[in-house]
Design a protein around this ligand. Structure first.
Ligand code: ADP
Length: 449
């Protein structure tokens, strides 16, 4: 087993800070790369070392593999943590890390490549008996095949990019005409966004819940799951609020989902942390949709209910350590809810609102965790994702967690830029949310025209 002494963090913002903190507690030095647009950001002061890797646009910095590898070599690191987004699921990056003898903190190259193709992941799920949404086997050859399958399984259907992510390259169709358009639009969008026009087709499940299972796997064949996260509160397929456990999910369904998730990742030869995503219909039938081969934004809710630090586990597992736990050791307790705070104006169609933060008053108190790199005087750069904070509450019951979140949102002051706090305040007051009646159409239905 190798012990890492220095890790390069190939990311920015709150997740870079989150990883840095884990490294510090593990006695590992951290090197954070940053762009010119992020120079001067407060979290960089906490790193042992920093390296500027290029100008603001991600293509020339956080997505530039050669610059990141050069920084890793100059800084003589043992491993790279990619965080989420940017290069976290990039096969070429993981391969280059491997050939440069730098440990990539994540699954192996083969697992990223295989599961990153949603069509292949779906086929594997089918083979091992994990339920999938009815639809095409493999990629669609042409428009006629799409129409034929849609007629067999019935409308509505959804066309999805095999290389998809971030809700892009997806089109819902309710009849032959919209499917013809959706098929070509999804292909164009997939080609532009992912350089791969391949698409597949699934039955569109009306108003499902999005429920995902967190897994951890070591290099010695041990795999555990750490329960579920309900991420149904989404806008345009982008998650806004996540919680664990999923409200009202029957315990036997949770167990079945956990078993299914473990079966799938075992079949894929998976190691490190990962998430198996499902959609769940109103009768609690669950269907596999994809595997995310990285740490996710919403990982803190799982940490709070299980007491397992997922980032430290990622680092330990990448160094070859055995999982220090079996399935029986994992007990969840209490309720955790995360609310993403974005620098966007919900009153103006979620227009991004970069700029300088004036006053910043963070909420606190019992059971409150705030993962953020923002502070009074911090300037949110226009180049990147608009998420500036994750507010996580952890309480004994869901009712207490909701009350705590409301109190925190009322305390939270971020001046100078618009944020999604006012929308979150409304959601946490909504009777259907309070009653746990959530689905992926919730925000569109109650809060947007
Ligand atoms: P991405 O990789 O872009 O995040 P996913 O496959 O994870 O795409 O899907 C994102 C979201 O899209 C899901 O959380 C869900 O809200 C919706 N979705 C995906 N597939 C279906 C489906 N077959 N029926 C209904 N909603 C779906």
């Amino acid at each position: 087993m190798k012990k890492f002494s220095r890790i390069l963090i190939a990311n920015r913002g709150e997740i870079a800070l989150r990883i840095l903190r884990a490294c510090r507690e593990l006695g590992i030095e951290s090197v954070i790369v940053h762009s010119v647009a992020d120079a001067g950001a407060g979290y960089l002061d906490l790193a042992d070392r920093t390296v500027c890797i290029g100008p603001g646009p991600s293509q020339q910095s956080y997505l530039d593999i050669s610059r990141i590898i050069a920084a890793a070599e100059v800084e003589d690191v043992d491993a790279i943590h990619p965080g989420y987004g940017f290069l976290a699921e990039n096969v070429q990056f993981a391969e280059i890390c491997k050939s440069s003898h730098i440990e990539f903190i994540g699954p192996g190259v083969e697992a990223i490549a295989f599961l990153g193709d949603k069509g292949k992941a779906r086929e594997l799920a089918r083979e091992v008996g994990v339920p999938c949404v009815p639809g095409s086997t493999g990629i669609l050859e042409n428009e006629d095949e799409a129409l034929k399958i849609a007629q067999e399984i019935g409308y509505p259907v959804i066309v999805k990019a095999v290389a998809g992510g971030g809700g892009r390259g997806m089109r819902v169709a309710h009849n032959d005409i919209t499917l013809k358009n959706g098929y070509s639009q999804a292909k164009i969008e997939a080609e532009t966004a992912f350089n791969n026009p391949d698409v597949y087709l699934e039955k569109y499940v009306e108003k499902p819940r999005h429920v995902e299972i967190q897994i951890l796997a070591d290099h010695h064949g041990e795999v555990v799951h750490l329960g579920e996260r309900d991420c149904s509160l989404q806008r345009r397929h982008q998650k806004l609020i996540e919680e664990s456990p999923s409200p009202g999910l029957p315990p036997e369904v949770r167990d079945e989902m956990g078993v299914a998730a473990k079966k799938l990742v075992k079949a894929a030869g998976y190691t490190n942390a990962g998430t198996v995503e499902f959609i769940v219909d109103k009768d609690f039938n669950f269907y596999f949709i994809e595997v995310n081969t990285r740490i996710q934004v919403e990982h803190p809710v799982t940490e709070m209910v299980t007491g397992v630090d997922l980032i430290k586990e990622q680092i330990r597992l990448a160094s070859g350590e055995r999982l220090g736990m079996t399935q029986d050791d994992i007990k969840t307790k209490g309720v955790a809810i995360e609310c993403r705070i974005n620098a966007e104006d919900p009153a103006d169609n979620f227009r991004p609102c970069p700029g300088k933060i004036g006053q910043f008053r963070a909420p606190g108190g019992y059971g409150v965790r705030l993962d953020t790199h923002a502070y009074a005087g911090y300037t949110v750069p226009p180049n990147y994702d608009s998420m500036i904070a994750k507010l996580i509450v952890y309480q004994e019951t869901r009712e207490e967690a909701i009350n705590c979140m409301r109190r925190c949102l009322d305390e939270f002051v971020i001046e100078g830029i618009s944020t999604t706090i006012p929308l979150a305040q409304e959601i946490f007051k909504h009777l259907n949310f309070v009653a746990g009646k959530v689905n992926t159409g919730f925000i569109e239905e109650y809060f947007l025209d």
